[in-house]
Design a protein around this ligand. Structure first.
Ligand code: SF4
Length: 346
C-alpha cells in the first residue's frame, strides 16, 4: 500500500481571515464529509498516527477570586476544592525530576490566580529556571500577565504560556464577569510580544450555540498567530458551580468542533483536554480521526501507578497510534498533575 505521504495535497495556506458564516458552513457539512476534510488537513501537516501527550502540575490550587462559571477552583463556589498555597521550588523540582524520569520533555506549571502579583514572579521564575536546568521545556498558566511579567517569565526561560479564550466573545459575558474578553486577548499579545509560544483554546458544552462555537474557533483562527496548541475542552460539570446541570452537548457536535478546529488551524496541536476522562474509547477515536493530535494524560502520571495512563496507552495500541516523544516544535510529552476538572489550563 502506498505511503500516506504519497497522496498528500499541497498544504493549504494558513489563514487569519475566517468569517463566522464560513466556519458555520464547515460545522454544517455532512459528518462524513467534515471528517474527510479535517483528516486530509491533518495528514498535510502531521503524521496522523502520532498523538502528543501533555499533562499539568498544579503549583497553586484553588482559592481563585475569579468567577468562571465552570471552574471548581473559584473560591466563591463550594466544590470541595481546598485552596493551597504556591508550592515551594524544591517540591516543584521534585515533581519535575519525576516527570523527566517518566519520559517527559516538557513540564507545565499551573496556578489558580486571576493574575500573578509582581511579588510572585520571582518565585515562579525560580521554578522555571530550575525546571529548565533539568533539560525540560517549560510551560505555565498563571492567569492574566502584564507586558513586564511576560518579559520576566520569558527571561527566566519559559517556552510556552497557556491562556484560554474559553468561549466566543458574544457568550463570554454569560460565563465570566470578573474580567473582559479583551483582557484575554491582551495577555496573549503580551505573551507573543515576549517571544513565547501560546497555548490557547476553549470549552464547549457550556450552553453556547453552534454559532458561538464557530465564534470561538473564528477568534482563535484569526489571532495574529495561530496558537501552537489549541485545547478543546468538553465541559466537566462540577457540583457547586453555576454550570452544574447544563444540558450535555451531543458527542457528535464535540467531534465536529474538533474537526473544524483542525481545518481552520491546520498547523496547531488540537488537544483533547478536560472532559476526556468521561469520553468512551469510540468517541476519542472519532476525535483522533477528526484531527485531534494531543491529549492530557490522567492526573496520576507522577504518582505511583497510573491506570489512566495505562488505559490511554491501551487505546493507542488498539488504534495503532503512538505518543509523540520528540523534542521538536509542538511534539513533546509534558508530565504534570492536572487540577480538578477544567480550569485556566484545561
Ligand atoms: S478558570 Fe482560572 S481564572 Fe477562572 S476561576 Fe478557575 S482558576 Fe480562576
Amino acid at each position: 500500500m502506498p505511503a500516506v505521504s504519497e497522496h498528500r495535497a499541497p498544504p493549504p495556506v494558513t489563514r487569519h481571515d475566517w468569517s463566522r458564516p464560513e466556519i458555520e458552513a464547515l460545522f454544517a457539512l455532512p459528518f462524513t464529509e467534515l471528517l474527510h476534510r479535517a483528516g486530509s488537513v491533518h495528514r498535510n501537516h502531521f503524521d496522523p498516527a502520532e498523538v502528543q501527550v501533555s499533562t499539568l502540575l498544579s503549583v497553586k490550587t484553588g482559592g481563585c477570586p475569579e468567577d468562571c462559571a465552570y471552574c471548581p477552583q473559584a473560591q466563591r463556589y463550594h466544590t470541595g476544592v481546598e485552596a493551597q498555597k504556591l508550592m515551594s521550588t524544591g517540591a516543584v523540582l521534585e515533581k519535575a525530576k519525576q516527570a523527566k524520569a517518566a519520559g517527559a520533555s516538557r513540564f507545565c506549571m499551573g496556578a489558580a490566580w486571576r493574575s500573578p502579583k509582581d511579588r510572585d514572579i520571582p518565585k515562579v521564575a525560580a521554578m522555571i529556571r530550575e525546571v529548565k536546568a533539568l533539560g525540560l521545556e517549560t510551560c505555565a498558566t498563571l492567569g492574566m500577565l502584564s507586558d513586564s511579567q511576560a518579559q520576566a517569565l520569558k527571561s527566566a526561560g519559559l517556552d510556552y504560556y497557556n491562556h484560554n479564550l474559553d468561549t466566543a466573545p458574544d457568550f463570554y459575558g454569560e460565563i465570566i464577569h470578573t474580567r473582559e474578553f479583551q483582557d484575554r486577548l491582551d495577555t496573549l499579545a503580551h505573551v507573543r510580544d515576549a517571544g513565547m509560544k501560546t497555548c490557547c483554546g476553549g470549552i464547549v458544552g457550556m450552553g453556547e450555540s453552534r454559532a458561538q462555537r464557530a465564534g470561538l474557533l473564528q477568534t482563535l483562527a484569526n489571532l495574529p498567530a495561530h496558537p501552537d496548541s489549541v485545547p478543546i475542552n468538553r465541559l466537566v460539570q462540577v457540583e457547586g458551580t453555576p454550570l452544574a446541570g447544563t444540558a450535555e452537548l451531543d458527542p457528535f457536535e464535540f467531534v465536529r468542533t474538533i474537526a473544524v478546529a483542525r481545518i481552520v488551524m491546520p498547523r496547531s496541536m488540537v488537544r483533547l483536554s478536560a472532559g476526556r476522562e468521561s469520553m468512551s474509547d469510540e468517541l476519542q477515536a472519532l476525535c483522533f480521526a477528526a484531527g485531534a493530535n494531543s491529549i492530557f494524560y490522567g492526573e496520576k502520571l507522577l504518582t505511583t501507578g497510573n491506570p489512566d495512563t495505562e488505559r490511554d496507552l491501551a487505546l493507542f495500541a488498539r488504534l495503532g497510534l503512538r505518543p509523540m516523544a520528540v523534542v521538536e516544535e509542538a511534539s513533546t510529552v509534558h508530565a504534570d498533575i492536572v487540577a480538578p476538572a477544567q480550569s485556566c489550563a484545561a
